[in-house]
Design a protein around this ligand. Structure first.
Ligand SMILES: [Zn+2]
Length: 96
């Protein structure tokens, strides 16, 4: 059942610009693409959605990056850093 949606920008009933169906795996899926009847508004909405998408994607990438960083800073790695620093310090002391 296809339901008409309202434009998130201007509130006008969106019109279906495209309807197509595809076989996804074992199921047959019907896709519909709706656009705002106002082409200027539609462009703005597309931009808005794209920005939102980009923000969401960036957030995901950022959290993955942070998780990787934290994983890298495991206890062993931290200990190795401390050890290296201690060694460096004692070398300095010896040199003096
Ligand atoms: Zn609109």
């Amino acid at each position: 059942m296809i339901k008409a949606t309202q434009c998130i920008q201007c509130g006008k009933a969106r019109v279906f610009s495209k309807t197509w169906s595809e076989n996804v795996g074992t199921s047959h899926v019907t896709y519909t693409q709706s656009v705002c009847p106002d082409s200027v508004c539609q462009k703005e909405v597309e931009l808005l959605l794209k920005n939102r998408h980009d923000v969401a994607v960036n957030r995901i990438h950022e959290s993955i990056r942070r998780r990787k960083e934290n994983r890298g800073k495991s206890l062993l790695a931290r200990r190795a850093t401390i050890l290296a620093k201690t060694r460096e310090n004692s070398r300095h002391k010896l040199a003096v």
